[in-house]
Design a binder for this molecule. Structure first.
Ligand code: AMP
Length: 281
């Protein structure tokens, strides 16, 4: 397994592979890997003859009051997992090699970026779309793998690739969860024991909404009301950011539940902000 820090070295390596007809799969991450990240590596390994993973805590997707400085890191453990899961190349760039001091070019997908997480994290998806574009130019993969846990991010990237005629196939992979249902996230490490004990109620609430839909409920306001009551009862330590019921591709809010419909939620819990989503109809 190669570990490369400089974009030019990665480009050179992948160029060689591509010349020899290899199919290159790519998993972009911010590190501090858990089983969710590993599921993307495994999906890439299954599908492609070469697998590249990147580890880069991208400063441009963090807001001024967000957790850039304290974002958890454990490169040694990530590299061990990469090795164990057959990754061929890990790209760990430094910020100064990704962004020149005069950096002033941005990739924006404004409509898909404005609601849900975009409302409370202005500029976040611009940072994501920009760094993923740059990573695609450096790594030049055939296929790239993203988690459905970050549903809006996946929608933004799919649109960005389509709009820019980017020659990369985007594959979405299912959310990996703890045994109690909590979606795995590097940020779960911020939770205290008491907060962690309440956190599974976020997914339980989404499942409860899905049950209500299965039972015939179609009214979005009624579902949202039920969701809020569920969280107030089972997750009193949390502070809701949003609970929305949307079309999964356009992210436009639904007025009635009809297939396909996605429920998406974000909630502040102690030092963490948890997100989750579930197809409910
Ligand atoms: P991050 O390191 O948080 O930027 O995440 C890197 C990639 O892993 C993104 O495509 C995420 O959507 C994906 N990911 C994070 N958590 C999970 C999870 N619990 N299940 C599946 N994919 C995940």
């Amino acid at each position: 397994m190669k570990i490369l820090r400089h974009p030019d070295a990665v480009r050179e390596e992948v160029m060689q592979w591509r010349c020899h007809g290899q199919q290159v799969g790519f998993v972009p991450t911010m590190g501090y890997w858990h089983a969710g990240h590993v599921s993307l590596l495994d999906a890439a390994r299954q599908r492609c003859s070469k697998v590249v993973a990147s580890i880069f805590v991208n400063p441009t997707q963090f807001g001024p009051n967000e957790d850039l400085e304290r974002y958890p890191r454990n490169l040694e453990n990530d590299l061990a997992l990469a090795q164990a899961h057959g990754v061929d190349l890990v790209f760990c760039p430094q910020a100064q090699d990704m962004y020149t001091p005069d950096h002033d070019t941005w990739v924006e997908v404004p409509h898909l970026s404005q609601g849900l997480c975009g409302a409370s994290r202005p500029g976040h998806f611009r940072g994501v779309a920009t760094v993923v574009t740059k990573l695609f130019w450096i790594v030049q993969p055939h296929v790239a793998f993203f988690g459905e846990k970050d549903w809006q991010q996946l929608a933004v990237i799919r649109a960005m690739v389509r709009h820019l005629s980017c020659p990369v196939e985007i594959v979405g992979c299912p959310t990996v969860r703890e045994p109690d249902g909590l979606a795995m996230s590097s940020r779960n490490v911020y939770l205290t024991a008491e907060e962690r004990a309440q956190a599974p109620a976020l997914f339980a609430m989404l499942q409860n909404l899905r049950q209500r839909v299965a039972g015939g409920e179609r009214n979005v306001d009624a579902l949202k009301g039920a969701g809020l009551r569920y969280l107030a009862e089972h997750l009193p330590l949390g502070r809701l950011d949003y609970l929305e019921i949307v079309h999964p591709d356009t992210l436009v809010p639904r007025t009635q539940v009809e297939p396909p419909t996605l429920a998406a939620v974000a909630l502040f819990l102690g030092k963490a902000r948890l997100i989750d989503n579930l197809c409910i109809g």
